[in-house]
Design a protein around this ligand. Structure first.
Ligand code: MN
Length: 211
């Protein structure tokens, strides 16, 4: 996910548009990936078009070192670069039928049990955060380099990159992520999101801090 630079391309969904039914509907996935994410990709490329000195920078570098970008494009890069980074992580983190447990995600479940007491207690806490975001943003399970894990919220298309936090699980709580199916009932969307976590992806994200 991180080896990319200008011109950025739309990464295909790693499954069919209807693969997450009935938890996330096909039309939402089509719009979310083909329209919303495509717009972030197009807008980031447009912002960088006239700045060849940044064409070899990765998405993570553009976000982490955004204070080195000209002011004229800084906000566009943060918003649209963040949009790409967040959505690629979000889509990769979902799997219909994924069973998160100590067999599928041993290191992560151990850390979750140690921090929250149990996986169910983690889900309760995650849901509290996700339902409390005011406006658009994300709720994340993140790790510090030392291995401590915590739940945090971010606004808009902000990422956790500037805080030196490593993403493990994230939920998109912009209304475009759920409104067609769930309307204003965000809590049902969060409950169903937690049923379709991709354990292999989450474990792999967590293990990156151990290497
Ligand atoms: Mn989104």
């Amino acid at each position: 996910m991180g080896n990319n630079n200008y011109p950025f391309k739309l990464i295909p969904l790693p499954y069919a548009y209807d693969a997450l039914e009935p938890f996330i509907d096909k039309q939402t996935m089509q719009l979310h990936h083909d329209k919303h994410l495509q717009t972030y990709v197009s807008n980031l490329n447009e912002a960088l078009n006239n700045y060849p000195q940044f064409h070899h920078w990765t998405l993570e570098q553009l976000i982490y070192y955004s204070n080195q970008l000209p002011k004229t494009i800084r906000r566009a890069v943060i918003n649209n670069g963040g949009g790409i980074y967040n959505h690629n992580l979000f889509f990769a983190g979902l799997q219909n039928g994924g069973q998160m447990n100590s067999a599928s995600a041993p290191n992560l479940i151990k850390a979750i049990n140690s921090r929250f007491g149990s996986f169910d207690a983690f889900k309760d806490e995650f849901k509290k955060h996700a339902t409390s975001v005011f406006g658009s943003g994300y709720t994340w399970l993140v790790a510090e380099k030392c291995g401590n894990i915590q739940i945090v919220n971010t606004k808009n298309q902000d990422t956790v990159i500037p805080y030196n936090l490593f993403p493990i699980i994230l939920i998109d709580i912009w209304e475009h992520a759920y409104y067609l199916k769930y309307h204003n009932i965000r809590s049902d969307y969060v409950d169903n999101f937690l049923k379709i976590l991709n354990p292999t992806q989450a474990e792999s994200n967590f293990n990156k801090i151990l290497t």
